[in-house]
Structure formats: C-alpha cells, structure tokens
Design a protein around this ligand. Structure first.
Ligand code: FPP
Ligand code: MG
Length: 336
C-alpha cells in the first residue's frame, strides 16, 4: 500500500517550511488560547489539503519545468498562503463539527470540546476562522483569497443539509452526493484549484484541477463512509458512528435502492433505534455487509478515482504527477 510519506516526498522541504509558516501565523496571546491553538496545530493529521495545494501548484507551475532536486523547495509563499487558508478553514470546521457531533476524540486525541468544553471550542473555531480570514486579507492576494473564501459557506450548507436529512430520516443518492460534495469535496476541489491559482496557472489548468479535486474529494468521503462500516484491523469492529447518528450514507443507500418496500420500512425502523440500541446497529451493519452495500459503494468510489486519474493523465510525467496519482490510489486503499 502507498504511504502518505511516499506521496509527500517531492514536496517534503516545502511541507517542513509550511509547518513553520503556519506556527508563525498562529501565535497568540493568553494562556488558554495558546494552549488550545498548540493542541490544534499539533494534532493536524495527515495534512491532505496542504499536500494537494502544493502538488497541484508544482504540477501546473510554468516555472517548474526544471528537474526535481531532493531537499529543494518548489513552492512560493503564495502557495503556502493558499495551503494555510484551506488547512485552517478545514481545522475550524472540524472543531465545530466535534461540538455538533458531541465527539470526544479527533484523530485518536481528545477533541477541543472534550478538553475545554463546547463553549470554548466554539469560540476557538470562530477565532481560527477569523484569524485565517484576516491573514488572507493582510496578504493582499485578493484573487487567491476570493477563490477560497466561498468554500466556508459551502461547508456550512453541507453540514445543515446533512442535519436536515438526518432529521427527515430520508436521503436519496442525489441528496447524499450533494451533501458529500458540499461538506468534503468542495474544499478538496478548492485546494487543488487554489494550488493552480497560486502558481499563476492558466484558466484551463485551474479548471482541470478543480475537476480533479472534486472527483478525488467525492472518493475521499465515500471511502470515509465505507470505513465507518468496515471492521478495523485494530479493534476488529466497525465504529458505525454514522448509524448511531442516524446518518444514511452510501453503503446503506445502495441497500435501500435495491430492497422491497417492506424491507425498507424495517430498515428505517431499525435506523430510528440506532442512537440508543446496539442491537439495531448490529442488525443494520449485518444487512449492509450481507447484501453487498460495501462492495457497491466501493465501486461508486472507484468511478470517481478513475475520473481523477484520467485528468492527471493529460499532464506530462513528473514527480508531482506521480505523487498525485499515488494520492488517488491512497484514498481508494486507505484503511483509516
Ligand atoms: C466532518 O464530517 C465535517 C465536515 C467535513 C464539515 C463540517 C462543517 C461545519 C461544521 C461548518 C462550519 C465551518 C467552518 C469553516 C467554521 P463528519 O462528521 O462526517 O466526519 P468526522 O467523522 O471526521 O467527524
Ligand atoms: Mg463528525
């Protein structure tokens, strides 16, 4: 399996410089706020979005025709700014998401709401959002900032739409695709196109990268939803958080599209019990597994991966293109 380390190789020096850039931008006053920011910045995860920004920037940059040299940087400060904007918008959205979901952990560490209560976590998310926007405005790179900033509203629309469908207890395939586009694929799409914008690439390249990021982002969220139903190598059990939260995601939609009206009523009845009843969760997990919901969802995910790699095939061979192709494979194969 391809590792994220392999994917990072051609932009390793840039990612290290980016970490310092980020810490410098987010220094703050006051002990509680500093503690909270340190916690958030030190538990950032894989940094998929900055990786995408830097690789698409390097892929589409006209000055990047020279050979790749290990240890050398390939991205400009404008690209770091783009990476910071998308990464910190994402970070703020996850802090709020954990408050909304009442989640105690994020990436194996306590969430901000678990450590400092929801009331502080909400303001922390707002603070990061505000600081990100002012950093963007102060940079005076208005084309880049306006390219990225609309994604905040799209993320919020996705979150509210998901809440609406959970409440209404009905989600069709097209509702699901709209939700995952808004809550996940939109920001990954913006990350890929922002990389190209930051490299002053042509309009055609910006559009190609937007489409690439959209397809990759759709696959990314579908895989996330499949993993929620999949037995982890670590615990031997699926988490089934989506069922517990009443969320209807693709593996269950695949089943609902093929079952009889009577089976559908039974599934919906069980779903309404999942918040408090482990037996109902186990029942639906069993139905999804036995009727091929996971296999069919994986097939849909693969169509998006194929779309993303087909777009990359129109670019000349380079370490950046290889890394992006590997990222597509990584998204499809990842197990966490
Ligand atoms: C994770 O979903 C959540 C998102 C991808 C977006 C959340 C967006 C908001 C809360 C809107 C607010 C936005 C800003 C910028 C402040 P998930 O719960 O399915 O995934 P998880 O398993 O990682 O929690
Ligand atoms: Mg969540």
């Amino acid at each position: 399996m391809i590792s994220i380390e392999t994917i990072r190789t051609p932009i390793k020096a840039d990612l290290e410089a980016f970490d310092e850039f980020l810490k410098g931008q987010f220094a703050s006053e006051g002990k509680l706020l500093s503690d909270m920011l340190t916690h958030v910045l030190s538990s950032r995860g894989k940094g998929v979005r900055p990786i995408i920004v830097m690789l698409t920037s390097a892929l589409t940059s006209a000055v990047n025709t020279r050979e790749w040299v290990e240890g050398e940087r390939n991205c400009s400060k404008r690209t770091y700014l783009a990476a910071m904007l998308v990464e910190m918008l994402h970070t703020a959205s996850l802090i709020h998401d954990d408050v909304i979901d009442g989640a105690d952990t994020r990436r194996g560490r306590p969430s901000a709401n678990a450590l400092w209560q929801s009331r502080n976590a909400v303001v922390l998310g707002d603070y990061i959002l505000a600081r990100t926007m002012s950093a963007g405005m102060h940079s005076a790179q208005y084309d880049l900032v306006s390219h990225i900033i609309g994604s905040v509203a799209t993320l919020c629309e996705g979150e509210i739409l998901q809440s609406q469908h959970t409440h209404e207890k009905s989600t069709t395939r097209s509702d699901y695709l709209e939700i995952i586009y808004k809550k996940t694929a939109s920001l990954i799409s913006i990350s890929a196109s922002a990389g190209a914008v930051s490299a002053n690439a042509s309009r055609k390249d910006v559009e190609q990268m937007r489409r690439f990021g959209e397809a990759l982002g759709m696959a990314f969220q579908i895989q996330d939803d499949i993993l929620d139903y999949s037995r982890s190598a670590h615990t031997g059990k699926p988490t089934n958080n989506d069922l517990r939260e009443g969320k209807i995601t693709l593996p269950l939609i695949e089943v609902l599209e093929r079952c009889t009206p009577v089976e559908r009523l039974q599934i919906m009845d069980k779903l309404s019990q999942c918040a408090t009843d482990d037996a109902a969760v186990d029942f639906l997990q069993g139905v999804v597994e036995a009727t091929g919901g996971l296999t069919m969802a994986a097939r849909t995910m693969q169509t998006y991966i194929d779309r993303a790699t087909a777009i990359l095939a129109s670019y000349d061979e380079s370490p950046y293109r290889t890394a992006l192709v590997n990222l597509c494979a990584y998204v499809a194969e990842r197990d966490r």
